[in-house]
Design a protein around this ligand. Structure first.
Ligand code: ATP
Ligand code: MG
Length: 354
């Protein structure tokens, strides 16, 4: 069986380091591993409109930003197909048929949908389109016959729901769709990176992000004003590492060689954490170390972004070609789905009137 990846992001703003450690960094590794036959990376504009329908300009401008972020991180258009969701009408068509396979109460039980409804203050006025986005996401995944979906752990309930839809479809209409598997980071911190406020997950909608496109100075400022341990007032005070953003981000970003290079008096992160817990290690020192580590990883991303920002025609060309390729694939699946559902009325090989 072909190994196919489908993954993506909502164009609701520029991408942040949560996207990077949760999914993007992994995508680039998978892309370059040579183990996948096809890789599709979707800019989910239709999904973004479900809770931003009154702000189309934001979605439109963010599409370009997300594309720039992809290319800056090393997504290679020769190896991965970057496309825009709404340019593939088959995805909407599939959603319409999948809606018959899911109950309202099942979507209501989806924990991510539940918390997002609360976060957005929808209460009783939930847009139907937003409510059904897990079904639309199942269309995105299955249209490309994806076997693997690399995402952050907030997406686990979506993949489960997709698996159920595939199961129900195949059971009802015959084996047609492929059941995907979720792929989350092996590093637990990376599966749901918290925001710089230390609370919820880093999220474009919550304004608690370090963006991949932030310049060096902005990143440094965000790190230096980051939430740590509110009880760690004097350097000599014992400090708490759990829930302390600076240590959480070190968990996500630090590499073996970083201590030798930037903080040689410690062998590794465990030693640094121990010292902080005991007391005698100040926040500023740890923050400066984090800044060095993160700047090293973000600098090449920034450099590539500067290149692509000066080659916008090429970026638009990549997107257009990606949409064409993706559409071709989705049309093939749609034809199979129509056949399985017996709605291919003018198929010469299977006429209605025999
Ligand atoms: P929005 O607030 O508009 O929903 P978002 O920041 O949650 O934006 P999405 O576009 O919804 O970003 O998510 C894209 C991908 O990035 C998904 O795979 C998601 O799991 C992953 N992701 C988003 N935020 C984080 C995070 N803080 N940590 C790890 N992965 C994340
Ligand atoms: Mg989200």
């Amino acid at each position: 069986m072909k190994q196919i990846i489908l993954t993506g992001d909502r164009p609701t703003g520029r991408l942040h380091i949560g996207h990077y450690v949760g999914s993007l960094r992994q995508r680039v590794i998978l892309q370059n591993s040579g183990e996948y036959d096809e890789i599709y990376i979707m800019i989910a504009d239709a999904q973004a409109l479900t809770d931003n329908f009154d702000n189309p300009e934001k979605i439109r401008s963010s599409i370009v930003q997300v594309a720039l972020d992809y290319l800056s991180c090393g997504i290679d258009p020769n190896k991965s197909v970057i496309f825009i969701q709404s340019m593939i009408p088959e995805l909407t068509e599939l959603t319409f048929y999948y809606m018959n396979l899911v109950t309202v109460s099942r979507v209501q039980r989806n924990p991510t949908v539940k918390s997002e409804i609360q976060q957005r203050g929808f209460n009783t006025s939930i847009p139907v389109g937003f409510f059904t986005y897990p079904i639309s996401q199942a269309s995105d995944i299955t249209a490309f016959k994806a076997t693997v979906v690399p995402v952050g752990d907030d997406q686990a309930p979506m993949i489960e729901q997709c698996q159920e839809i595939v199961h129900k479809f195949n059971q009802t209409y015959g084996e047609t769709l492929i059941e995907p598997k979720i792929m989350v980071s092996t590093n637990a911190t990376c599966r749901r990176l918290p925001g710089t406020d230390g609370h919820a997950k880093m999220s474009k909608s919550l304004n608690n992000c370090i963006y991949l496109s932030d310049d060096e100075k902005t990143v440094r400022e965000k790190i230096m004003s980051m939430y740590t341990d509110p009880n760690h007032i004097r350097v000599c005070d014992p400090g708490c590492v759990e829930g302390n953003c600076v240590f959480t981000y070190l968990d996500a970003f630090v590499h073996d060689g970083d201590f030798e290079k930037y903080l040689p008096e410690y062998k590794n992160l465990d030693e640094l954490k121990d010292h902080y817990r005991k007391g005698g290690l100040g926040d500023v020192k740890v923050k400066k170390f984090l800044n060095s580590v993160m700047q090293e990883e973000l600098a090449p991303i920034r450099e590539r972004r500067a290149y692509w920002e000066n080659h916008m025609d090429e970026v638009m060309d990549i997107l257009q070609k990606g949409c064409e390729k993706a559409r071709q694939r989705a049309m093939e699946t749609m034809a199979e789905v129509r056949h399985a559902m017996k709605i291919d009325y003018f198929n010469p090989n299977d006429p209605i009137i025999k």
